[in-house]
Design a protein around this ligand. Structure first.
Ligand code: ADP
Ligand code: MG
Length: 586
């Protein structure tokens, strides 16, 4: 959906004007498009690109030193007119002849061709190179009838670098044709784009499927297949392209490839990176060298959901032009390819070996490990509900954070226990793992709580009830110290404080550990529920304070649930999972 529109018919012109203002250091507007705002050497071949609008950065975003001298900008998805082409070429000409580059579409062929005739009649040497990279659009035998999609970027980058290097028009044309002949693309879409002012997409792709062989003008795919994982998508794209790979040793191809993974306009960069990782792994396994990869939006189709993969099978000449510096609004490369690679020698796991604790402390460590495992089970059981609570006024990740944190802590505890850790070492390691595994506010706070609890225990002493209570207090104090929240701020502190106070008072009154713990859980549960009546004054929820009214705080709720899950059994010994749901806030 294109929402920010004045008059729909003015959309391309309005967008171009804003683009030119924002990039005044690169471009200036002329009738029909933009040309460089910087001087080019007299006699340099001019590279003028063009096509319909709606594909940004193609083509106006590529005007600048090292790439194009001008871009002709038609209406949305429509070829520019011959007079627009003529006007941009006249403004971009440096006296060295002009290479016109565009994707192979009938309208563009006609209008650019018409303009070229007029320019030639007026004495300007004009050559035309059409990009034909889309392997889905015709057979390999008819490769020059294929349409042009994201391969535009590679062909025009290479042609522009050749012009910048001072090649004459024959050379620039030869190099551009070679780049096109060695460039292949294949794309898939999950949904069509919506023209500015329209209220529905040009086409729809059924849920959980993908259209293979899409165009970049809202053309639907050529076939529809079930949507698999990101790796499946990467494989489908790469397999299609590799089927047309040249033999190594053919025409200077020795396994170097330029790769573009292109977003069509509404596919997230992170998704592109997931797919690219697979593409890169597979190319590496095939012994191919990826040179100057690009992952991002380069040839879009308004807000089309989908992506395309382009590979150019390089030779040393093409590789040199592909990696050459370029400075345009949308593609910038310094002389980075010549930088030396730094060998990284950082030790990623700097943890020292575990010094075994005393047998008594190891026993306590085993009980703590079981307790942490019970927390992990409890977090998984309540993941969804905690996420929903956090979504009321926060970012919805508390359930996930607690699952990640408790499971990381449980894994670390298992490992430490197996290595003979005492209680202190075990909790310190579990705390670090929780914090690292979960991230987020609650991850940091829980991590410090476990670490502080560990600090108040030792690797020599065994289980002493009141030392455990003291450890819980140390954990609580760490949360307050680090988070700076006070009771009444609507955070986990609201449940922590009544928990430790009740536990301490019950023990002082002579209660057994299980009874004291049960009383503390009840107090924490009530307190967590009561946070529904207050407005958040800390954490993320503070920003949406009023929204949180009527809903309990997620961190306080999860604390009460976890404490219920680790309640010591009647013998004051093992934690029992049978109690994991009693006393839980719900
Ligand atoms: P994030 O806010 O980083 O997404 P989570 O969603 O995992 O972290 O945790 C949110 C919970 O963290 C809140 O419900 C609250 O209980 C707790 N919290 C936030 N800020 C503080 C703080 N300063 N002190 C104590 N607890 C806090
Ligand atoms: Mg959150």
């Amino acid at each position: 959906m294109t929402r920010l529109v004045n008059a729909p018919t003015d959309f391309p012109a309005d967008a171009l004007r804003g683009f030119a203002i924002a990039n005044a250091g690169y471009v200036q507007q002329v009738h029909g498009g933009v040309v460089r705002s910087s001087e080019s050497p007299q006699g340099q071949v001019s590279v003028v690109l063009g096509g319909g609008s709606g594909h940004y950065p193609a083509f106006a975003g590529w005007v600048g030193p090292g790439m194009a001298h001008g871009a002709v900008c038609g209406n949305i998805f429509a070829s520019p007119s011959a007079s627009q082409v003529y006007s941009v070429v006249r403004a971009a000409d440096n006296g060295g002849g002009v290479l016109l580059g565009f994707g192979n579409y009938a309208g563009d062929v006609l209008h650019f061709g018409q303009a070229a005739e007029r320019l030639r009649a007026e004495g300007v040497d004009v050559r035309i190179v059409t990009v034909t990279d889309d392997i889905a659009s015709d057979t390999a035998e008819n490769s020059l009838s294929r349409r042009g999609i994201a391969g535009d970027l590679l062909v025009f980058k290479i042609a522009g670098a050749a012009a910048e290097a001072g090649c004459d028009l024959d050379e620039v044309e030869r190099i551009a044709r070679k780049a096109n002949a060695r460039t292949r693309s294949l794309g898939i879409a999950f949904g069509g784009c919506t023209l500015p002012g329209a209220d529905h997409a040009l086409f729809e792709v059924p849920a959980a499927s993908m259209a293979i062989g899409l165009g970049i003008h809202g053309e639907p795919g050529i076939s529809v297949a079930p949507l698999g994982t990101a790796d499946d998508v990467a494989d489908a794209l790469l397999d299609g392209i590799l089927a047309e790979a040249p033999e190594r040793g053919d025409d200077g191809y020795e396994g170097s490839v330029a790769v573009l993974l292109n977003g069509l306009g509404a596919t997230k960069y992170e998704e592109l990176f997931v797919v690219f990782a697979r593409v890169a792994d597979r190319l590496q396994r095939l012994g191919l060298t990826v040179v100057g990869p690009e992952v991002g939006e380069h040839v879009t189709s308004l807000d089309m959901q989908g992506l395309s993969l382009t590979v150019t099978f390089l030779d040393p000449e093409l590789e040199g032009y592909w990696t050459a510096p370029v400075d345009t609004p949308a593609l910038r490369r310094g002389a980075s390819s010549s930088r030396e690679h730094r060998a990284l020698r950082v030790e990623l796991d700097e943890r020292t070996a575990i010094v075994p604790g005393s047998p008594e402390s190891q026993q306590l460590a085993a009980r703590l490990t079981a307790a942490i495992a019970a927390m992990a089970v409890c977090a998984r059981e309540n993941e969804q509900r905690l996420g929903e609570l956090d979504a009321v006024a926060g970012d919805g990740d508390h359930g996930q954070g607690m699952v990640l944190g408790t499971s990381a802590a449980a894994r670390a505890a298992d490992e430490a226990l197996a290595a003979g850790a005492g209680a202190q070492t075990l909790l310190v390691r579990a705390g670090a793992a929780w914090s690292e595994g979960a991230g987020g506010t609650s991850g940091a706070l829980w991590g410090s709580a476990l670490t502080a609890m560990g600090g108040s225990l030792s690797d020599t002493a065994g289980f002493v009830t009141d030392q455990l209570v003291a450890a819980v207090r140390a954990g609580t104090e760490a949360v307050v110290r680090l988070g700076g929240a006070a009771a009444g701020d609507k955070t986990m502190v609201d449940a922590l404080v009544p928990f430790i106070d009740t536990l301490t008072a019950a023990r002082a009154g002579g209660a057994t550990l299980p009874d004291a713990w049960a009383a503390a859980v009840a107090a924490a549960t009530d307190a967590a529920e009561a946070t529904a009546q207050i407005t958040a004054r800390r954490g993320r929820a503070r920003t949406h304070g009023e929204h949180s009214l009527g809903h309990p705080d997620p961190g306080a709720t999860s604390f009460a649930l976890l404490m219920a899950a680790v309640a010591p059994g009647p013998d004051g010994d093992e934690p029992t999972s049978s109690m994991s749901r009693t006393g839980a806030a719900s």
